[in-house]
Design a protein around this ligand. Structure first.
Ligand code: NAD
Length: 491
């Protein structure tokens, strides 16, 4: 199968190691957001498609769970090699279907590969604990086992990295997996499946069912699906968490964000501005760790904001495949229109436009330029809502305490950043900010694979997060064996 799409072919589901046509008659067009070119059509698969995949996955699980853990790990090592060899091809696919710049896509592929590397450590990660003597002649040991079939529901903004938060670890731990990628970015997952099979994964352990809410509901209700990993927006995440829990499944739902970045007067202004521009406008602001609100200490605000504006106006926009492009399009026309209505709302509610993205809606694609609002307050809709676009709100504050109080008013609490050289301020920030992923003098504090992706408040529903040791606990269950030994007879 060709990696780079040349025609608008119809995608097939991947079940039991075969590409099989969905039973549906409904297909959705998938566009390159930079050119509006039709790149493929994705099936909105049916409940029956999902049920078939669940049966196949369950049968594969029965064999896969018995495969020795080091053998499973070896397949993950092979997969890591193959993904690395195909890095450029995978990154180009991401840019074509998502719109982000090629350099950001390469970064995303790298983050995905790191998840596979982490998952290859299963022999150590899956180890249980034991205690030789818990009472006279009695010992106890704790063993980990996989759950069965796990479902994954992914968003459009990281077509590789986010699915890689889920399936490599779940599979390495002995589960079978059904992935439902975003219907807006379905292409890359084909290659993820093909390369995993090439790495030696048995058929039926990793399956893809394309679609939208019918497939999601099928995953949430199917009795053979024991756990669900969801990443996406808050309303859908809430729904998935409630419905999955109602059907007695483990659910982890990583949801929306409105991340605050605080700049104190002692920060290195040049470095901070470079980081903020990248965090606010990189990937067209379509990142759950994007900087959405910037609070700047009053004493440096005039100079900082003037230089931020200058740097923002210099940002190069265009097709992410072109050299030097930093800012690509948003994903679809409706996202562009939604962003435009937020810009109008911001003006209506009294914020001042410092840079106006509407002046840079270039080319054929869904482009909207980097937009900065000044004089934003927590009462405004543009402060409250996740806009998920290249729109940054700026607020002037007296000091760190006021900045933290403002950030803590948000219903979301994914990440937060602080720029300063002051150790006391760093400690104050760490102890008082309500957010799960903190950055000190960096703009996008997305944890690496071996740490949990630990959003708080409305940014996460569940108990165990994606990645790190949390993911080992999420995708396994434990047996504790307590054993009494009778008196030794060989003295
Ligand atoms: P989305 O919620 O629209 O879609 C996510 C998934 O849910 C998709 O697979 C989609 O098909 C499915 N879905 C959508 N509507 C549904 C419905 N009514 N019923 C059942 N399933 C439905 O999210 P998106 O626009 O693809 O992604 C952007 C969102 O994801 C943002 O809110 C962003 O913050 C969030 N996100 C969060 C994290 C995190 O770690 N917290 C990471 C990446 C993205």
């Amino acid at each position: 199968m060709s990696a780079i799409p040349t025609t608008a072919r119809k995608l097939k589901n991947y079940v039991g190691g075969q590409w099989i046509e969905s039973r549906t008659a409904q297909y959705e067009n998938v566009y390159n957001p930079a050119t509006k070119e039709l790149i493929c059509q994705v099936p909105l698969s049916t409940r029956e498609d999902l049920e078939h995949a669940a049966e196949v996955a369950q049968a594969a699980f029965e064999k896969w769970k018995k495969v020795a853990v080091p053998r499973r790990a070896r397949i993950l090592f092979n997969y890591q090699q193959l993904l690395s060899t195909h890095k450029d091809e995978l990154a180009r696919l991401i840019t074509i279907e998502n719109g982000k710049s090629l350099s950001e896509a390469i970064g995303e592929v790298q983050r995905g590969i790191e998840n596979v590397e982490f998952a290859a450590g299963t022999p150590s990660l899956m180890m249980g604990d034991s205690l030789a003597t818990i009472a006279t002649d009695v010992e106890a040991a704790n063993y980990r086992y996989p759950l069965g079939v796990v479902g994954g529901i992914a968003p459009f903004n990281f077509p590789m990295m986010v699915p890689c938060w889920m399936f490599p670890m779940a599979i390495s731990l002995g589960n079978a997996f059904i992935l439902k990628p975003s219907e807006r970015t379905p292409l890359l997952t084909e290659r993820l499946a093909e390369l995993f099979t090439e790495a030696g994964l048995p058929d039926g352990v990793f399956n893809i069912v394309y679609g939208a809410h019918d497939v999601v509901n099928g995953i949430l209700e199917h009795p053979e699906v024991k756990a669900v990993s969801f990443v996406g927006s808050k309303p859908v995440g809430e729904y998935v968490f409630k419905k999955g829990s109602e059907h007695l499944k483990r659910v982890q739902a990583l949801t929306g964000a409105k991340n605050h970045t605080i700049v104190l007067s002692d920060a290195n202004i040049d470095d901070t501005i470079t980081n903020v521009v990248s965090a606010a406008f990189g990937s067209a602001g379509e990142r759950c760790m994007a900087c959405a609100v910037l609070t700047v200490e009053e004493s440096i605000a005039d100079e900082f904001i003037a230089r931020l504006k200058e740097k923002t106006l210099g940002v190069k926009m265009g097709n992410g495949l072109d050299d030097g492009v930093f800012l690509g399009p948003v994903i679809r026309e409706e996202n562009k229109q939604r962003t435009l209505s937020y810009i109008e709302k911001g003006i209506e509610e009294g914020a001042t436009l410092l840079t106006d993205g509407r002046e840079r809606m270039q080319g054929d694609g869904y482009f909207i330029g980097p937009t900065i609002f000044e004089g934003v307050t927590p009462k405004m809709t543009i402060w409250k809502d996740e806009i998920f676009a290249p729109v940054l709100s700026v607020i002037r504050v007296k000091n760190l305490k006021e900045a933290v109080e403002i950030a803590n008013k948000s219903e979301f609490a994914n990440g937060a950043c602080l720029f300063t050289g002051n150790a006391h301020a760093i400690r104050y920030f760490r102890e008082n900010i309500d957010a799960g992923m903190l950055g000190i003098n960096l703009g996008v504090p997305a944890p690496m694979a071996f740490f949990p992706f630990s959003g708080w408040k409305s940014s996460f529903y569940g108990t165990l997060h994606a990645n790190g040791k949390d993911s080992v606990d999420f995708y396994t269950r434990k047996k504790v064996v307590t054993a009494r030994y009778t008196e030794p007879t060989f003295e």
